[in-house]
Design a binder for this molecule. Structure first.
Ligand code: SF4
Ligand code: SF4
Ligand code: SF4
Length: 250
């Protein structure tokens, strides 16, 4: 049963990794700043909003099971150049990125409103000039390349932790997630194998004492790797509707 989770997780990720450029081609896929630029709600924005909205219930499931960027960052970068193993996100960077993101989106919106001319300066960003779907196939390629580079230089999921706007928004919701890894303190031997495989370096066993085994970490991707590695079957992913009640009853 436990092996199945990683198996399905891998299938889901590979599928979405391959299908994303196809989606770009078939659907009118476009990013939020394109949405603002053209004044339309695009498919990507709908998906983003969907994953953000479900995060208080299902945590970072979008990041752990579907996002192609996340999948690429999880490639086996064991020997990254700077060997970073960051447990927590860099908070100021996480704050700055959405500000930059929205500032750019609003700027593009006003540029578009002014037909590309602001203060007599003609400004039409090249990347809006190309065919939209082709443009997004390029984005897929650049993102993939960027993710591989960051993995080689720094660590897996560094961009997810520190740069991604959607990741930051989902992390806020995931702070309330009802779907969580749970450790059984009667079975756990604190061997810490689960921590060595965790994609985002969560100090999983710390939650035995602080949260009665509920891994309430908003970076958790629900990938199931910790479950599969544990030969004591001490971790499961569970729905915990009432966290407070869980703390009291265990
Ligand atoms: S944090 Fe961003 S890049 Fe990483 S998996 Fe989530 S949505 Fe994708
Ligand atoms: S791998 Fe299992 S037994 Fe080892 S620390 Fe993690 S939960 Fe405990
Ligand atoms: S805690 Fe477990 S399920 Fe969550 S990200 Fe780490 S390995 Fe994956």
């Amino acid at each position: 049963m436990t092996q199945k989770l990683t198996f399905y997780n891998t299938i889901s990720r590979i599928l979405f990794l391959i299908l994303t450029p196809v989606f770009f081609r078939v659907f009118n896929f476009a990013f939020i700043w394109h949405s603002l630029y053209w004044g339309v709600i695009t498919f990507v924005v709908i998906i983003w909003i969907f994953f953000i909205l479900i995060s208080p219930l299902l945590g970072r499931i979008g990041c752990g099971w579907f996002c192609f960027m996340g999948t690429i960052q999880d490639l086996n970068f064991k020997n990254s150049l700077f060997r970073i193993k960051q447990k927590k996100p860099i908070l100021w960077l996480r704050f700055v990125m959405p500000v930059v993101f929205f500032a750019l989106s609003i700027t593009f919106f006003f540029i578009h409103l002014n037909n590309g001319t602001i203060e007599h300066i003609r400004f039409i960003p090249n990347f809006f000039g190309t065919d939209l779907n082709r443009h997004y196939q390029h984005v897929w390629f650049y993102d993939t390349f960027g993710a591989i580079l960051l993995g080689i230089l720094l660590e897996k999921r560094w961009a997810c932790k520190n740069l991604c706007f959607m990741g930051s928004m989902c992390a806020i919701g995931a702070g309330y997630s009802r779907l969580l890894p749970v450790i059984d303190s009667n079975k756990c031997t604190i061997c810490k194998k689960c921590e060595t495989v965790c994609l985002v370096n969560i100090p999983i066993t710390d939650y035995l004492t602080s949260k009665n085994g509920l891994v309430t970490n908003s970076e958790c991707l629900l990938c199931g790797k910790c479950i599969d590695i544990c030969n004591k079957n001490a971790i499961t992913i569970k729905f915990v509707w009432n966290r407070k009640k869980y703390y009291q009853s265990n």
